[in-house]
Design a protein around this ligand. Sequence first.
Ligand code: MEV
Length: 326
Amino acid sequence: MTSVEADRQTADPELGPVLGRGFGHGKVILVGEHAVVYGHAALAVGISTGISVEARIGTGRLQVPAWKLEATTGDDTPVGRALAAIVGRMEAPLLDFLADAQIPSRAGLGSSAALAVAIARAAAVATGRAGATDTIDAAVAEAEAIFHGDPSGIDAAAAKSGAAGTFTRAGGWRPVPVLQAMTLCIGFSGRPRDTAAQVAAVRRLRERLPAAGDVLALLGRLADDASSALGKGDVDGLGRILDAAHGLLAALRLSSPELEVLVHGARAAGAVGAKLTGAGGGGAVIALAPGHERDVLARWRAAGYEGFVAQIAAAPGGRAATGGRA
Ligand code: MEV
């Protein structure tokens, strides 16, 4: 179902009045995925494309038409259990939720965090507690733990902020200044990623190969370097960092044949840097290709892969990124 069709459904008077609305941003990790699990820094951007949720009087049901997904607080699926956790924390058991998802699920763009944030925010508004940010944060963290085991929290932080920021487990989210707007190409491998499985695979590798710990530390250092590059408007420098980070993620066995096609295709089409983003194994890649964004998207499309562009907006103190489908 398209978002236009979903809007029509939203306007259906039989659904009853909307009591609250919430939005969660999709996220792109520029550098530092997996490293952030081990306490190192990661740099991420919340994009303007994400998930909108409407809350109405109901019985604890969730519908996400774009993903052909339905769940209830009573079912034993991960989505049903996450939903139960959110409405439990938000003390809102008598609501139904209708989500308009503008990002694909399980594609590396933080869809579960965006959905959890949007539901929690809609429930908070519907129950007259829009300012209860600590409760919203706790609800989202509980839902994310159901989806991903022991997530670092970066997806939830980016889904809430919608801006560029660095994240560490100890220090949380810090907005990052962006001197000059940059355009990111985002390409989908078409293979769903499984964050918990990829995080577990890196943990096993780290136990068997201690040098993997050094690779993770190096990724954290690259995340810091990438933050400085954003602050200086150094697009070429950021591109080189993306390439180096992709090599290190591949060394941790997080790449795949599809992701390699996307990364190499982007470079051949003029990208100054490209890497997988998110948990890896599947999901998405990002590419920085100033002046060649159309070439990158065309190259990907010719190889059978979909993509879109998102802007990282200039932000002296760290502000929202914008994005949309190409
Ligand atoms: C997933 O978007 C990012 C990972 O670093 C996992 C996490 O931080 O929880 C792979």
